[in-house]
Design a binder for this molecule. Structure first.
Ligand SMILES: [Zn+2]
Length: 232
């Protein structure tokens, strides 16, 4: 995307995790329908974000290039359900979709341009999660049961009412999809703090401290600069 503000070319991060239950997607970005047959509101959004409508960049097409079929994906985890994060859901209609219950409650009781109901018009097989008393480092968190490697949801509420980061255990440490709640690698530091807070929610200072204290944990935001993806 090349939004007018912040004026940095950026992507939409989707993770593919290879697990004991097959490939698991974290966020689905824009879907094939968003690019090929966009609704009017999606067209407006894509124009505002100046997003190239390249269907080859959707999660489904990228997975195919890696040798997977859509049926191979049994589980998707969504950090949240905003228009630019959940668009690929219809491309995987028979997949279990793990979200925080608070995010699901929000989308069924609340309409806003930031959500696109067409993304769940196929009635996904939702798995609704609530935090119990688990901890990931010192964050309240819950482990998704049955996955190897370990996958934890780390709720970071604020950007949306049910926004969560997703932490995946690696041999040495952790990789975290921080969704829209963590600092970008762009020059957001040059943006006034109140705007950062409005865009990303209240967790940015805590995450910055955490990243300093735990360089072994790799935290990736949803909208990193294109340079980031090319160098990772
Ligand atoms: Zn968002």
């Amino acid at each position: 995307m090349r939004p007018y503000f912040p004026r940095v070319e950026n992507g939409v991060t989707c993770f593919l995790i290879e697990t004991n239950q097959g490939p698991v997607l974290v966020d689905t970005g824009f879907g094939t329908h968003d690019f090929l047959t966009p609704t009017r509101s999606m067209k407006v959004f894509l124009n505002l974000m100046r997003s190239p409508r390249n269907v080859n960049e959707t999660a489904l097409h990228q997975l195919r290039r890696l040798g997977y079929k859509r049926e191979d994906v049994k589980h998707i985890i969504q950090t949240h359900l905003h228009i630019d994060h959940a668009g690929g859901l219809p491309d995987f209609p028979h997949t279990q979709v793990h979200v925080l219950k608070a995010e699901h409650d929000h989308i069924i009781s609340h309409r806003s341009w930031e959500y696109h109901p067409g993304h769940w018009a196929h009635n996904p097989n939702w798995v609704l999660n609530e935090t119990r008393d688990g901890k990931w480092y010192d964050f309240d968190a819950l482990q998704l049961e049955g996955f190897e490697p370990e996958i934890w949801l780390v709720p970071l509420i604020g950007h949306t009412p049910g926004h969560t980061a997703v932490a995946i255990k690696q041999e040495q440490a952790w990789v975290v999809h921080g969704g829209d709640a963590v600092p970008f690698d762009m020059k957001v530091d040059e943006v006034p703090e109140w705007i950062t807070k409005k865009m990303l929610g209240p967790h940015v200072p805590r995450i910055r401290e955490f990243m300093k204290a735990h360089p072994e944990v790799k935290i990736v935001g949803s909208h990193m600069s294109l340079d980031f993806y090319e160098s990772t």
